[in-house]
Design a protein around this ligand. Structure first.
Ligand code: AMP
Ligand code: ZN
Length: 112
């Protein structure tokens, strides 16, 4: 298995977990761009927004709906920023779908 996020899901690579349920895992980004910078990933390997199918639509809805719950649990009452890089041309470096959630100091200066 050469997907680092799948390795995090299966536990063979460590992560600083924030939240976990049957479908999703949330953990701190290893190179944070802001005071709070976490990644929401589906446990199932989905490469990118570029490769999603119609059958992934409900999962994507649940993933996005998780973002405000995670932000609230991390104390981001005043707001947060989400980002999904898709494909090489979209700046994606890890090819396991993930939504970045940023908040606090630095989060509004992140280039999009
Ligand atoms: P992206 O450019 O959207 O594919 O972002 C990938 C993100 O994954 C980057 O912000 C990396 O810092 C982060 N990352 C890479 N490896 C790890 C890891 N082992 N644990 C946590 N975050 C990671
Ligand atoms: Zn994966």
């Amino acid at each position: 298995m050469d997907c680092i996020f799948c390795r995090i899901v299966e536990g063979s690579l460590p992560s600083r977990k924030v939240y976990e349920d049957e479908e999703f895992l949330v953990f701190h980004d290893i190179h944070p761009f802001a005071a709070v910078h976490v990644l929401i990933i589906p446990k199932r390997h989905v490469e990118s927004l570029q490769s999603i199918k119609e059958s992934d639509e409900a999962m994507l809805g649940r993933l996005m709906a998780l973002a405000p719950r995670i932000a609230a649990s991390l104390g981001l009452e005043s707001g947060f920023r989400t980002l999904i890089n898709s494909g090489v041309g979209g700046g994606q470096e890890v090819f396991h779908l993930h939504a970045h959630v940023f908040g606090g100091e630095g989060s509004v200066r992140i280039p999009t």
